[in-house]
Design a protein around this ligand. Structure first.
Ligand SMILES: [Fe+2]
Length: 102
């Protein structure tokens, strides 16, 4: 819930752009790790195979998403102005803390 609320809050205002690209980059980066844990619980609880397919697919796809996000979104923004890394890092920390607290 916290993660979703922060996601929306960052997207609502342009001044949060740099924080949001850090936030969403980490979201993609963490997906394979998080989904691996989800799949263990999924199996333990005998949930549908449809969900297994979805999560396994995203464990692969999101590695590519994260790499592309870092290379084609974050890197150009930092190259343009290295001070942007301050807000990008704040977004990263927001996302890491939202995972820690839920
Ligand atoms: Fe993704």
């Amino acid at each position: 819930m916290i993660c979703g609320n922060i996601s929306v809050a960052l997207c609502l205002y342009r001044h949060n752009y740099y924080k949001s690209i850090g936030y969403f980059g980490v979201t993609e980066y963490l997906a394979p790790f998080r989904f691996n844990h989800i799949l263990k619980a999924w199996s333990r609880n005998n949930l549908s195979e449809q969900g297994v397919v979805y999560h396994k697919l995203h464990m692969t796809i999101d590695v590519e998403h994260a790499n592309n996000w870092f290379n084609h979104v974050i890197e150009p923004v930092v190259d343009r102005n290295p001070e942007n890394i301050i807000d990008i890092t704040k977004g990263v920390v927001y996302r890491l803390n939202s995972s820690k607290d839920t």
